[in-house]
Design a protein around this ligand. Sequence first.
Ligand code: F6R
Length: 608
Amino acid sequence: MCGIVGYVGPRDCSDVLVSALTKLEYRGYDSAGIAVFENGKIEVAKTKGRLSDLKEKMEREGKPQGHAGIGHTRWATHGEPSDVNSHPHSGRRVTIVHNGIIENYKQLKQFLLENERDEFLSDTDTEVVAQLLDFYYDGNPIRCIRKVLHELRGSFALGIVFADRPETVYAVRCESPLIVGQGQGEVFIASDVPAIIKYTKDYYLLEQGEIAVLKNGAVQFCTLHGRMLEKELKTADFDEDSAEKGGYPHFMIKEIHEQPTAVKTTITPRIEGGMPNLSECGITPEVLEGFNNIFIVACGTAMHAGMVGKYVIEKLARVSVTVDIASEFRYRDPLLTPDDLVIIISQSGETADSKAVLNLVKGTGAKTLAIVNVKGSSIAREADMVIYTHAGPEIAVASTKAYMVQLSVMYLLAFEMAYAKGRIDDEECKRLTLELVRIPEVIQHTIDRIENVCRYVSTKLITADSLLYIGRGLDYALSMEGSLKLKEISYIHSESYAAGELKHGTISLITDGMPVIAVATQNSLFEKTLSNIKEVKARGAMAIVICDQKADIGFDCANYIIRIPQISEMLMPMVATIPMQLLAYYTSVNKGNDVDKPRNLAKSVTVE
Ligand code: F6R
């Protein structure tokens, strides 16, 4: 999704803006631009394409020289990616960058046209905001911004410069995240902390409807109603190194390798005396005991973590769990009661549909629990309870370590809930918890053992047009994620299928050489899955099997076998995830794709 940055300080503003935008590239974008005060005038440079295209353009045509300005990476929503639709957009005296969507832009445009403002150059909703600001501007920027904010509908964040207010940047947040970084004599705005971490770790989090004024290396805040605000300065708990590739060729492979640490950091503070303890998140056995039904709602990979959670919670705690896609749940008038718990899982904590579910649940009496990675994000702040995953910044668009830590939290929750419901005694709870504590080591060992195998097997996938992932039970839940990971970065069509369901239609797709990746880590279901593997192999499929070291399977049944360490069946997903991530990664690398920034995708999906 779009990224916003801004700067006021002694450095070369264009360089700072481009460098900060580079750190937001992971969000996905198709054009980029900046606006900088040069000798009291706003100079704009923008282009369709990557930041490298913008840099080339500035080398050719001249880079704006100055010390205050705003910048943007655009992920097209209104109007195709083009030079003219790129941000910044300007009215006569106002230039802005914008993240999010203005829902009523058509009505506002009509209003402007009726009032003799017909200077629209682009198809964007953003330009309407620029023109509207201009229309109301009477020399008082704050009054003008407040007036316009009252007229805009949607979720958005804006960076604004006024031509007659040189060296000053205004910023406002309405739903879409925005932070203000405070350095030594310099200030920044950004959609996300990693954008400015190179310059400062100290930042303010703008809240709903708050306006920031950046001037003379300092910042002032006021509310939508014009009241001045003192805000708490926060400090990021990661540094530039963790937001960089650290010697790896891509963020994705770095993040795969970070998983042992991410899991350890996530679970260690939540274990006390060998038992899970989520009380710092407001979750006690008494609280958990009271819930009769659980709904897990999320999007994409986070929803897949919920699928694993369903199996584990239902099996251990015997509580009914429904997993739903946020964009479906919000429109299906769900039946919720005060005895229900709605768990929202989100890496970013800003996903529009997941956020909407949170708002919908409020008022039903059901309690909400957010499992979120980004501190202070909207979902984390608005839920009744929150468990932060401690994966650190996840930059690659394809989620890996965030999924893994979401799984680890699902297990902790299942153990604690099973204990609270009296389904397991403390001895069993401690045994399960201990196994989870040992998982980071097993993940590390698995990566070390199978990375090269996966790299090799991936060479067999690159020519495929289409493939299937199959599994049963937890392996099926897991294969959904394996399939998504592979398709999103390799661009090979892939579907995940419950292995036993194949013969009810889908098996007709099998042709000679079509890859079928079978996840067969559940011992109790192994024989059944093995039969399905034989069925597809007999019809010409190239069978790739992910199973444990002891699984009784040979090359008569499979073309390639990826063996992973054997641990208890229930925890296998945390290990079996690794080969699926590595297969996706190396297939994408071997196809020469842009692994960290797959086409059409954005890291944080802040639009519906
Ligand atoms: C895929 C991926 C997405 C996200 C989804 C939800 O690799 O990352 O499917 O899982 O967009 O995002 P969050 O977790 O930020 O709510």
